[in-house]
Design a protein around this ligand. Structure first.
Ligand SMILES: [Zn+2]
Length: 131
């Protein structure tokens, strides 16, 4: 993923900032104190980075997309933990299902349609087991 420079929503300038400048005191609790993120200086659209790097997980997200990414994460995490899968296996399964390379399978970088695909995959897989 290329480093974002211009905001796709408003055309504002995107800067790499410490996560603590966005999350404040919560950065510690969230385990993000050492992490960075890309943030539009105009509209606050943002995206996180691959852990310990300044490589963005995907494109910057406005509030609607950030909420969708969070919701998707909750559903996916609940899905694989309830099946007693390991995190590594869960992400392998997801990248296969979505036909994406493992290094691009990061919900934090997904678009709306990809988030919905994850939710649908989890719902369908859970439904098949119950049937
Ligand atoms: Zn913007």
């Amino acid at each position: 993923m290329k480093r974002p420079e211009i905001c796709r929503y408003c055309g504002g300038i995107i800067r790499l900032v410490p996560a603590s400048s966005v999350y404040g005191a919560s950065a510690h609790r969230l385990g993000l104190e050492q992490e960075s993120l890309y943030q539009c200086q105009n509209c606050n659209a943002r995206v996180g980075c691959h852990k310990g790097t300044t490589k963005p997980l995907g494109n910057v997200a406005n509030e609607a997309l950030r909420l969708k990414r969070i919701e998707t994460h909750h559903i996916f995490d609940a899905f694989w933990t309830s099946r007693h899968m390991t995190r590594a296996n869960a992400y392998r399964w997801l990248s296969q299902q979505m036909r994406l390379p493992a290094k691009e399978t990061h919900i934090g970088g997904f678009e709306m349609d990809q988030c919905q695909m994850v939710i649908d995959l989890c719902t369908e897989a859970a439904g098949e087991e119950a049937a």
